[in-house]
Design a binder for this molecule. Structure first.
Ligand code: NAP
Length: 248
């Protein structure tokens, strides 16, 4: 899997934020990228354009990762066109915050369905082709809070901790087939997901970051690209924290 060889890359939630930066990190090498999104069609088109401008080719598909059927169609489209899947990045995520005493069952289910079950569906769908190829890279985006906890986010924290368990289980299952499975745990990254934080909460968050500032989607994408590279071939089952030192 030399880095000069064009690869088929699947990215969930590629229309905005970290997912878009991940698509762009793979664009320069001329890879074939398939990404999905929930509803932001215009943003997805913008990702396609930015990837094309950078020399790659990306196709965005509206897919709910919580649906096994839709994920199967998404992976099927990539297989139909390229016959392989080299990299899967499970990035799609949502939050529905609230204190546990008031958290609605529907908010629990929605967050677990997208953030955790979505990753399960995608991993399951790429496993067969990757096993056949005897190669593959699966990279999952968790969060620092999946390790540290965070008040008001029981559903999100459970999903992000679950991603780590899921990745470790699958890493052991697929290692003998040349497939690596790792996790990137971002800290506080400037995207739409964090844009609605009130200024006071934002400053409190920054105060907890030893490096003293928030991260960028590119900080995360660089580590994802490394984990997908040939140089990272001997790394599996690991959680790489990219959080300015929020967790040590
Ligand atoms: P974002 O800007 O809100 O983007 C979320 C992406 O996920 C969008 O592309 C969205 O599509 C897609 N998505 C949402 N629900 C989906 C579904 N059901 N099926 C398919 N795609 C779906 O978020 P972000 O900040 O880039 O976060 C990306 C990942 O990093 C998430 O897993 C998040 O939990 C994690 N993370 C973020 C931070 C941070 O500080 N930002 C920190 C730690 C971890 P649409 O554009 O169509 O809505």
């Amino acid at each position: 899997m030399a880095d000069t060889v064009k690869r088929t890359i699947l990215v969930t939630g590629g229309s905005r934020g970290i997912g878009r930066a991940v698509c762009l990190a793979f664009a320069a090498a001329g890879n074939r990228i398939f990404f999905n999104y929930s509803s932001a069609a215009a943003a997805a088109q913008e990702t396609e354009k930015l990837v094309a401008d950078a020399g790659g080719r990306a196709t965005g598909m509206q897919v709910n990762v919580a649906s096994e059927k839709e994920v199967s169609d998404f992976v099927g489209r990539a297989l139909e066109e390229t016959g392989r899947v080299d990299v899967l990045v499970n990035n799609a995520g949502i939050t529905k915050d609230g204190l546990i005493v008031r958290m609605k069952e529907s908010d629990w289910d929605a967050v677990l369905d997208v953030n955790l079950k979505g990753a399960f569906h995608c991993i399951k769908a790429v496993s067969k082709p990757m096993i056949r190829q005897r190669s593959g890279r699966i990279i999952n985006i968790s969060s620092v809070v999946g390790v540290t906890g965070n008040p008001g986010q029981a559903n999100y924290v459970a999903a992000k901790a679950g991603i780590i368990g899921l990745a470790k289980g699958i890493a052991r299952e697929l290692a003998s087939r040349g497939i690596t499975v790792n996790v990137v745990a971002p800290g506080y990254i400037e995207t739409d997901m964090t844009a609605s934080f009130p200024e006071k909460a934002r400053q409190m968050m920054i105060d907890q970051i030893p490096l003293g500032h928030s991260g960028t989607p590119q900080d995360i994408a660089a580590v994802v690209a490394f984990l997908a590279s040939e140089q990272a071939g001997y790394i599996t089952g690991q959680v790489i924290h990219v959080s300015g030192g929020m967790y040590m």
